[in-house]
Design a protein around this ligand. Structure first.
Ligand code: 13P
Length: 342
C-alpha cells in the first residue's frame, strides 16, 4: 500500500461513529501522580498490570477505536505473554504512541513552555511502526493568564506541532495534533476562548505552511472552558456553544475528526460537554473524545492496585467508554450515570 492509502486507512479506523480514543500514554512522572491517588507505587510491573487491565477490558472495542500508548507499554506483555499492542489489535483497537518528550521552559518567554522531541523522530517512528503503532500524539501546552501566552509561545508551539505532523505523515503515521490550552488558573471562559482561537489559527496556518495533509491528521483540542479557579464557571450549554464557535472559526472542514482531551474536567463533566456539542449539529467534523483522566479515574479508583478488583475496574472503564460513545451522537442522558457498570 502506498503511504497516502495507508494514512487514509488509519484515519478511517480511528474515526468511527460512536467511538473515541483512550489516552493511556502518561509519562513516568504523570503515571506516578495518578497511582499516588490510590496509594500504588509506580514501578514497571504495576504500570504493566494497569495497562493490561485497561486493554483487556472485554467489549472495549465497541466504544474505543484507538489507544494512545507510552513507549514502555509498546514493548510490554499481558500475563499470558501477548504483547500489549496485540491485545489492542485483537479487540479491533488501533495502537498509537505518544512521541513528544514533554515540555520545558521557552527561553526569553517567562511562564511559557515548548514541547521537545523532534530530534531523531523519523527513526523512532520507524521502530514504533514495527511494534504496531499506526498513529502518534504530540502535546503542546499553552499556559493562560492575563498576559500568557506570549506571541512567541503561540508561534513556536504551532511550528513544532506542524513539523512533527509532517514527519509523521512522511513515515506513514497519522499525527494527532494536540494544542492544549490549560484549565489551570483563574481566567474566564472568554479569555480561554480568545486564547484558543489564537492558538488554533496559528496551528492551522503552520500545518498549511509545512504541507501537512488535513485529511490525514486528527485534532485533539481542549474545550473552551473557564479556568479551574475562576469563580464564574460556565454552564454545559455555554461551554458547548463557545467551543463549537471557536472550532468553526479555525478548523478546516477537511479535518476528518476532532477528539477532545479532558484536561482536568470530571468524567461526568467531560461526557456532558461532549454530548452538548454534538446536540448542536450538524457540524463540519465528527466530535469525539480522547480522554485520559476522564476515562481512567473511575477504573483506577475501583482497581486500587488489587488484582481482585480487575473486573470492577474494567466495568468502570467500559461504562465511561459507552457513555462517551453516546455523547458522540448527542444521546447521553445524566440518568445513564446511575447504571451499574455496563
Ligand atoms: P486528559 O484527558 O487527562 O487531559 O489526557 C488526555 C491527554 O492525552 C493529554 O495529553
Amino acid at each position: 500500500m502506498d503511504t497516502a492509502s495507508e494514512l487514509q486507512a488509519t484515519v478511517k479506523a480511528m474515526v468511527q461513529p460512536g467511538k473515541g480514543l483512550l489516552a493511556a500514554d502518561e509519562s513516568g512522572p504523570t503515571i506516578a501522580k495518578r497511582f499516588a491517588t490510590i496509594g500504588v507505587e509506580s514501578n514497571e510491573e504495576n504500570r504493566r498490570a494497569w495497562r493490561s487491565l485497561l486493554l483487556s477490558t472485554p467489549g472495549l472495542g465497541a466504544h474505543i477505536s484507538g489507544v494512545i500508548l507510552y513507549e514502555e507499554t509498546l514493548g510490554q506483555r499481558a500475563d499470558d505473554g501477548t504483547p500489549l499492542p496485540e491485545l489492542c489489535a485483537r479487540q479491533g483497537i488501533l495502537p498509537g504512541i505518544k512521541v513528544d518528550k514533554g515540555k520545558v521552559p521557552l527561553m526569553n518567554a517567562p511562564g511559557d513552555e515548548i514541547t521537545e522531541g523532534l530530534d531523531g523522530l523519523p527513526k523512532r517512528l520507524e521502530a514504533y511502526r514495527q511494534q504496531g503503532a499506526r498513529f502518534a500524539k504530540w502535546r503542546a501546552v499553552i499556559n493562560v493568564s492575563d498576559t500568557l501566552p506570549g506571541a512567541l509561545a503561540v508561534q513556536a508551539n504551532a511550528q513544532v506541532l506542524a513539523a512533527y505532523a509532517a514527519i509523521c505523515q512522511a513515515s506513514g503515521i497519522v499525527p494527532i495534533v494536540e494544542p492544549e490550552v490549560l484549565m489551570d488558573g483563574d481566567h474566564s471562559m472568554a479569555r480561554c476562548a480568545a486564547v484558543t482561537e489564537r492558538v488554533l489559527h496559528a496551528v492551522f496556518h503552520a500545518l498549511h505552511r509545512h504541507g501537512v495533509v488535513f485529511e490525514h491528521m486528527v485534532l485533539k483540542p481542549s474545550m473552551v472552558i473557564a479556568g479551574k479557579k475562576c469563580p464564574q464557571q460556565a454552564s454545559v450549554q455555554d461551554v458547548a456553544a463557545e467551543t463549537v464557535r471557536v472550532l468553526k472559526r479555525t478548523v478546516p472542514a477537511a479535518v476528518p475528526g476532532i477528539f477532545f482531551l479532558s484536561g482536568g474536567q470530571t468524567p461526568e463533566q467531560a461526557t456532558a460537554n461532549l454530548d452538548a456539542m454534538n446536540r448542536l449539529g450538524p457540524l463540519p467534523w465528527p466530535l469525539s473524545f480522547s480522554y485520559g483522566r476522564a476515562l481512567q479515574e473511575p477504573p483506577l479508583a475501583a482497581w486500587r492496585g488489587q488484582a481482585a478488583n480487575l473486573v470492577q475496574a474494567q466495568r468502570a472503564l467500559l461504562k465511561r467508554s459507552l457513555l462517551n460513545g453516546k455523547a458522540c451522537a448527542g444521546q447521553y442522558e445524566v440518568a445513564q450515570e446511575s447504571m451499574k457498570g455496563a
